[in-house]
Design a protein around this ligand. Structure first.
Ligand code: ZN
Length: 186
């Protein structure tokens, strides 16, 4: 689930016109933006399996407490940068949406506490067991997200560049969708 996270961010553009698209695009991936460097230093990691079948160790970035901390950090930074509570709430809610969606698809690998201290139960409803259905939902989210963004872009004054953002996002989504499609289990 990469495409779906990004798509939800892009879909919020009409509701958050003051925020640049790159911020809306990246905010839902804030947890993974922490996961990547932690993976690079070997604290977290994942195996590279078929679509939805990778084993993921993200015990810090994707713990409930970790996700809340990251969302809070996004709030503080966004409030400083855009000087707006509304913008900060939107970006921080997008950051937290990552965890909620992961909860639906992941295979019982999401802990409550960072590092799964205390060995408490792990969460994840495992909807990735239906890879084709989940992949289809991701593609639908991407289409809806780009559609909403495009519809907003249509109303903009700048006639030369107003479709540039939607065009770039469409290309990125198409690349992500085709790489996921190639990884669908036979
Ligand atoms: Zn994630």
């Amino acid at each position: 689930m990469f495409l779906g996270h990004f798509a939800i961010g892009v879909a919020t553009k009409p509701a958050a016109p003051a925020l640049p698209i790159w911020a809306l695009f990246l905010a839902p991936q804030a947890l993974d933006l922490v996961f990547l460097p932690l993976t690079a230093v070997g604290v977290e990691g994942s195996s590279h399996g078929d679509y939805g079948q990778s084993e993921i160790d993200a015990a810090y970035s994707h713990s409930i407490v970790g996700a809340l901390a990251i969302a809070a950090l996004v709030f503080v930074v966004a409030r400083k940068v855009w000087k707006s509570d509304r913008s900060a709430w939107i970006l921080s809610a997008l950051a937290l949406s990552h965890w909620v969606i992961d909860l639906l698809v992941h295979h019982r690998d999401l802990p409550i506490l960072p590092g799964n201290v205390g060995g408490l139960p792990l969460f994840g409803f495992g909807l990735w067991d239906y890879p084709r259905a989940i992949f289809s939902i991701e593609v639908m989210l991407a289409v809806v997200g780009v559609g909403l963004y495009l519809n907003w872009a249509r109303t903009q004054q700048d006639t030369r560049f107003r479709y540039l953002g939607p065009a770039v996002i469409t290309v990125l989504f198409a690349l992500m969708a085709s790489s996921d499609f190639a990884r669908l289990p036979a």
